[in-house]
Design a protein around this ligand. Structure first.
Ligand code: NJP
Length: 231
């Protein structure tokens, strides 16, 4: 295809796997993350475009979409994947940390969707895929800030699904369980982690399935877990 995709959080982890897989399928990929180094590496590998940006900044979010349209002349899909973690007892979560988590996971998703929505509506097609979490649907101890942000991100996406449907625009949400990435300061374990975690490519394959649905089909929600995860 000659389709154009924006992938946020494309520098590592799940976003990187999605960017590589979409490029392999023939898409032109606009890769977004805050720090440029790993991002340039991914973009170079797939002959894509690196756009360093902070999705929690409104000008940055608008700019991502403008750059994609200017550079490639079209935009077909946005993968809202960038997100940050934080796990602490409620009493140990300070207000600044709460704001940081919400500004990326909720406001960032909102701002990127807001930047793309008018364009998708106008062209009468488009696909937004949000990477939420299995904890978008269940709470857990030490998940006050992160869990609440993922519930809220899920609500943004599901409300938007209803807004966009009459315009022919699809909105899908993916809810992964544990994934072997750099999330929240961890280091991927590689093959060892397959006993306990999904691989980033497993989530990327789910996104591919969603994107390849026929025009009259929208996959609203897709949850996947490692078989060993007790949740
Ligand atoms: O995390 P990681 P994952 N603006 O840390 C970027 C969800 N999830 O792949 O900005 C723009 O390896 C960051 O780059 P940088 C999770 O909630 C995960 O696991 O330079 N980009 C990097 O490219 C999240 O929504 C698990 O720091 C920003 C990428 O995002 C998604 O999966 C389980 C940014 C993060 O890569 C991807 O996380 C689950 C910003 N403000 C849901 N902030 C799991 N791993 O177990 C960060 O249920 N990035």
């Amino acid at each position: 295809t000659d389709k154009v995709a924006i992938v946020t959080g494309a520098s590592r982890g799940i976003g990187r796997a999605i960017a590589l897989l979409l490029a392999m399928q023939g898409a032109k990929v606009v890769c977004v993350a805050r720090s440029a180094d790993d991002l340039l590496d991914v973009a170079h590998k797939i002959n894509g475009l690196a756009v360093p940006a902070d999705i929690s900044d409104e000008d940055d979010a608008q700019n991502i979409v403008e750059v994609a349209l200017r550079h490639y002349g079209r935009l077909d899909m946005i993968i809202c994947n960038a997100g940050v973690g934080s796990f602490d007892l409620l009493e140990d979560v300070d207000a600044a940390e709460w704001d940081r988590i919400f500004s990326v996971n909720v406001k960032g998703t909102f701002l990127v969707c807001k930047a793309a929505a008018p364009h998708f509506k106008l062209q009468g097609h488009g696909h937004i895929v949000g990477i939420a979490s299995d904890v978008s649907k269940r709470t857990f101890a030490t998940g006050v800030a992160y869990g609440a942000s993922k519930y809220a991100q899920d609500a943004v996406l599901s409300a938007l699904r209803k807004e966009m449907r009459p315009h022919g625009v699809k909105v899908s949400t993916v809810y992964p369980g544990l994934v072997d990435t750099y999330f929240n300061g961890s280091q991927p374990d590689g093959p060892e982690a397959e006993k306990t975690h999904l691989r980033p490519i497993d989530v990327a394959q789910a996104v591919r399935y969603i994107l390849e649905a026929p025009p009259h089909v929208v996959v609203d929600e897709l949850m996947l877990h490692p078989l060993t995860q007790d949740y």
